[in-house]
Write a protein that binds this ligand. Structure first.
Ligand code: PLP
Length: 451
């Protein structure tokens, strides 16, 4: 095999990475990850790393699940590919569709398969507009989403997303997509109780609907807990009020469950944790635990009845319902069921993580810790008493991330918010190990800042 240096040279010569500063990459060289087991990764230098990000929020059942490998192997041997266009179907796609209808909330009876979360959200944009046009209301075209939300990297996904850095490249958003502010108490709500702020933030949706004209608004889309925006856990009052506002104006509610789905929040889906009843739901990532690419949109009867009676929905991907991906997803969901993983998160490991994060919250560098079962954010601050942040140009989050990287822990930095979303299969001893590593890396970061 090649040396790390050789891998890095070839990588920087030929591989244009997603979301990467290539000048920095060329200087430092990529970290080459070569294998994984359970919640751990190993790099090409043989270092063991605790993966507190589940890859990219997706390896819910952990690495090395032989059952998923076997499902893929069997399906590749039997029928590696067939499509679902033009009145054909395959057993693995049918079985997965049936199983998804079983594990998702009762309003969902059908699924549209995609290969990713981004494609799922693109599908949502076309589907809701087609839905309203079919009902004779083609003027209902607008989708509302939130600043700092993340809904993917396709044109529609990045438009729905509220990442200004993404909008700046490529002339986004596309027309008829509008944004409201995020329910981020730390940034926008201090001075109000969290509960009051939740209602204030939900009313930004109503204000926006009235500004645009309710008869023009097709849907509202949001992540139950914003992930890539920095694990923004909304106050408990937020989502029920959003639901009430959508109901009041007859607007479709779309839950982007790409991160929150498949157990991460302690229920099968984040909308169940937050108390909403969405009409559409996007998923990806955890559906296969990331072993193979698969995504989709769960469609409630309200929408599927209309779609079914208005001709053809001119939309689809070669790999919509890919047999191998579907076989792996079915094996993964069955594994979640057999391991009782959702209850493990809700009753055991989620509450234990929240308890252990109290130690992290007490650290002098930490202003607040927010968590929702198996996703959490640690806000780094300069002044703990005044909750005063560091100057952004100091890049304290990146400094802390580098200490994590050097000490066998993967955490993500969103500005100065340090993010974890570890595999759901963690034991209590592994939570202890992770929290001790976090505390150690916070100590090292503080030492460096005080030098
Ligand atoms: N939606 C959310 C909430 C996500 O976090 C992501 C990816 O991180 C996406 C959509 C896009 O999914 P994908 O990267 O599979 O296209």
């Amino acid at each position: 095999s090649r040396s790390t240096r050789q891998w890095q040279q070839a990588d920087s010569a030929h591989f244009l990475h997603p979301f990467t500063d290539h000048a920095a990459l060329a200087r430092k060289g990529a970290r080459i990850i070569t294998r994984a087991e359970g919640i751990y990764l190993w790099d090409s230098e043989g270092h063991k790393i605790l993966d507190a990000m589940s890859g990219l929020w997706c390896v819910n059942t952990g690495y090395g699940q032989q059952g998923l490998v076997d499902a893929a192997t069997r399906q590749m041997q039997e029928l590696p590919f067939y499509n679902a266009f033009f009145q054909t179907s395959t057993p693995p796609a049918i079985e997965l569709a049936e199983l998804l209808a079983e594990v998702t909330p009762p309003q969902f009876d059908k699924v549209f398969f995609t290969c990713s979360g981004s494609e799922g959200n693109d599908t949502v944009v076309r589907m809701v507009r087609h839905y309203w046009a079919s009902l004779g209301q083609p003027q209902r075209r607008i989708l509302i989403s939130r600043h700092n939300g993340y809904h993917g990297s396709t044109m529609a996904g990045a438009s729905l997303g509220g990442m200004s850095g993404m909008h700046a490249q490529g002339g986004l958003p596309i027309p008829d997509i509008h944004h409201i502010q995020q329910p981020h108490w730390f940034e926008h709500g201090q001075g109000q109780s969290r509960e009051d702020f939740g209602l204030t933030a939900a009313h930004w949706l109503e204000d926006k609907i009235l500004e645009l004209g309710p008869e023009r608004v097709a849907a509202f889309i949001g992540e139950p807990v914003q992930g890539a925006g920095g694990v923004i856990v909304p106050p408990s009052t937020y989502w029920p009020e959003i639901q009430r506002i959508c109901d009041k104006y007859g607007i479709l509610l779309v839950s982007d469950e790409v991160i929150c789905g498949f157990g991460r929040t302690g229920q099968w889906f984040g909308c169940e944790t937050m108390g909403t009843r969405p009409d559409l739901m996007t998923f990806a990532k955890g559906v296969t635990s990331g072993y193979v690419p698969l995504g989709g949109v769960m469609v409630s009867q309200r929408v599927s009845d209309v779609l079914a009676s208005h001709g053809e929905f001119n939309h689809g991907f070669t790999y919509s319902g890919h047999p191998v991906a579907c076989a792996v997803a079915t094996a993964n969901i069955r594994l979640i069921q057999q391991m009782n993983l959702v209850a493990h998160v809700r009753q055991n490991i989620g509450p234990y993580l929240a308890q252990r994060l109290q130690d992290v919250a007490a650290h002098p560098l930490v202003g607040e810790v927010q968590s929702c079962a198996m996703m959490a954010a640690v806000q780094l601050v300069q002044d703990k008493a005044k909750l005063q942040c560091f100057k952004p140009e100091l890049e304290v989050g990146m400094l802390c991330r580098a200490h994590c990287f050097g000490n066998g822990l993967i955490m993500r930095a969103v500005g100065d918010r340090m993010i974890i979303a570890p595999p759901l299969v963690m034991s209590r001893a592994q939570v202890d190990e992770m929290v001790n590593l976090i505390l150690h890396c916070l100590d090292l970061s503080l030492q460096e800042l005080q030098q």
